[in-house]
Write a protein that binds this ligand. Structure first.
Ligand code: DGT
Ligand code: CA
Ligand code: CA
Ligand code: ZN
Length: 561
């Protein structure tokens, strides 16, 4: 497996951080950080360089060249392994907490004996962190909040991890199986995996025993397993009862309760095995969900809507909203190339777009700004536009020249208006100063929304599932401002983000705000995330006309005028 320059740079950066946690020589720390930067900026693959050629790079000496060579070959090096061995494993995740760097981790460890998230939370609650020189009560409460959020957030899986585990289970089950629960409803995070199957329980349990980490509970009606550290519930159903079983296990709980109420009003009792007619005592069973909905006098409710947020009333009246589906998507509006921190070349992206049957892909590399290495300045952006024009001459999928510009802490953008004006579409996003209070963050983003060159606000809350909480932004005000200016809000489809929440998507849609779905792809496989974004749009009750990237190219660009 070939390591990308970016991956090699990450390993070097990690070594630098671990050296700092270990309190080692700061020149050595700096040498690794500088080497990471150099490797990140190389034009060709680092794997093509010999040790001698590596050594010829300024700032990379013989010892470092040897280590880089080792990293390219094996993904790690003895120095990194030594550091990992010397560092309590619970300390390493602390490096990812917002506002906590290697220096802080070192001091928490050596001065307070903190070794993991739990001991950090305990130290902060006991007011021991503020006692450290230079820390104080404010920093202590920031750290406590970050540590508590991180702990809570890792309790749920992101959808890609859930899909991967579900696929392993489905492949092992000797018969037909269907995903149910929150995963089927397209939620952005998943508590546990739910699967319904008509396969024989005995044989299935034996098969599951072979692939699961452990069996939590094993039976003829249902079995629970642990797979890759997470829980999955497998429910056995007869084909004749599959409709009510799938309906029950898909939920949500609130939707199920409503449905039972509807049944009760009509003199019936609904459970996972069928529909009991109270008067006659007859039990009707249903092989499909459609049959159950029909018997209740409802049109079938798509899984993404099943939250008891008004969909039941609509379904009883037979007029559910027309929801966007994957087939209506004509392009991706957020893709990074190797011009910034992505791995794909522009021709690669055009090829991928063609394979997907897309009409267009908006190239949105990072603009130069705080915290982004490789960001494009105005000159490189212009060069990229020429390259895009060249690629477009023989591409079936049109590349659009866009940019992902940073919304700086005061709302100004990290590129001048003249550079933005030349873009087909501009995505503006927050990538720094995440900790601003609600009012500052909201005003900051409204300045960007009101900028006439900004077309789309990228990942509006900047959350990273399981890793960084949403900013304090007041989404009501953002939606109002987007509605007033005609600026679109992004539904970021990356499973790491899935940013906006469905309730805000629906609110934006209801206020006439356009939504754009972008994968934020940095590598080939990331482009597959579009379906998660579509599921989220459906959860926000969006139809095709609410989504910018269902428009044909000409209409999309007209929206920019
Ligand atoms: P999760 O796992 O937290 O992401 O969310 P779900 O919706 O997958 O919830 P889960 O796994 O606890 O249960 C799966 C489905 O089973 C749920 O969507 C509806 C149904 N269910 C679970 N508990 C109850 C309950 O107490 N009452 C009713 N009516 N249905 C329930
Ligand atoms: Ca579940
Ligand atoms: Ca469950
Ligand atoms: Zn971004």
């Amino acid at each position: 497996m070939e390591m990308t320059n970016r991956q090699v740079a990450r390993v070097l950066e990690e070594i630098g951080q671990l050296l700092e946690v270990q309190g080692e020589n700061r020149f050595k720390v700096r040498a690794y950080m500088a080497a990471a930067d150099r490797i990140g900026h190389l034009t060709g693959p680092v794997g093509d360089l010999t040790e001698e050629e590596l050594e010829a790079i300024p700032g990379i000496g013989r010892a470092l060249a040897g280590k880089i060579h080792q990293i390219v070959q094996t993904g790690t090096c003895t120095e990194r392994e030594r550091l990992i061995d010397a560092t309590p494993p619970g300390l390493i995740p602390l490096l990812d907490l917002p506002g906590v760097g290697p220096k802080t981790v070192r001091r928490l460890w050596t001065e307070l004996g903190v070794e993991d998230t739990d001991s950090l939370i305990a130290a902060a609650r006991n007011r021991r962190v503020r006692a450290l020189k230079g820390f104080g009560a404010k920093k202590e409460s920031d750290i406590l909040r970050a540590a508590e959020t991180a702990g809570k957030m890792t309790e749920r899986m992101d959808v890609s991890g859930a899909k991967r585990r579900a696929a392993v289970l489905m492949a092992a089950i000797p018969g037909e199986a269907w995903v149910a629960g929150s995963l089927r409803r397209g939620r952005s995070t998943i508590g546990d995996i739910d699967i319904v199957t008509t396969a024989p329980p005995g044989e299935t349990n034996r098969a599951l025993r072979r692939i699961a980490d452990s069996m939590i509970d094993e039976g003829e009606r249902k079995t629970s397993v642990r797979i890759e550290g997470r829980r999955a519930d497998i429910r056995y159903a007869d084909t004749a009862e599959l409709g009510t079983m799938l309906l029950y296990l898909t939920g949500s709980k609130a939707f199920n309760i409503r449905l039972r109420g509807i049944a009760a009003e009509q003199g019936m009792r609904l459970n996972e095995y069928g529909l009991l007619m109270r008067e006659s005592g007859e039990v009707r069973t249903f092989p499909t969900e459609e049959g159950v909905f029909g018997a209740l006098g409802m049109v079938p409710v798509p899984p993404e809507l099943r939250e008891d947020r008004g969909e039941v009333e609509y379904a009883l009246e037979g007029r559910l909203p027309d929801l966007v589906d994957a087939g209506a998507i004509r392009g991706d509006l957020h893709v990074h190339s190797e011009w910034s921190d992505g791995t794909l070349s522009l021709p690669d992206i055009a090829d991928e777009g063609e394979k997907k049957g897309y009409e267009y892909i908006l190239i949105t590399d990072h603009a130069a700004g705080i915290g982004v290495t490789h960001g494009l300045d105005a000159a490189r952006l212009e060069r990229q536009r020429h390259e895009i024009e060249r690629v477009n001459r023989n591409a079936a999928c049109t590349l659009l020249a866009g940019i992902e510009v940073d919304i700086l802490a005061d709302g100004h953008l990290s590129l001048p208006d003249t550079a933005l004006k030349a873009c087909d579409l501009v995505v503006a996003s927050v990538h720094t100063a995440f900790g601003q209070d609600a009012d500052t963050m909201t005003r900051r983003m409204i300045v960007a929304i009101e900028n006439e060159h900004v077309d789309i606000i990228g990942h509006p809350t900047a959350r990273l599932i399981g890793r960084r909480p949403p900013t304090a932004v007041d989404m009501d005000r953002i939606i109002d401002a987007a509605a007033a200016t005609g600026t679109a809000l992004e539904i970021n489809a990356s499973p790491a983000r899935l940013d906006l929440d469905d309730i805000y998507i629906r609110q934006a849609k209801e206020q006439g705000v356009n939504l754009s779905i972008g994968t934020d792809a940095h590598r080939r496989s990331d482009l597959e995330a579009m379906r998660y974004g579509v599921a989220l749009a459906r959860r926000g009750w969006c139809g095709p006309s609410d989504i910018l990237n269902t428009r044909p190219l000409s209409a999309l660009l007209r929206a920019d005028e």
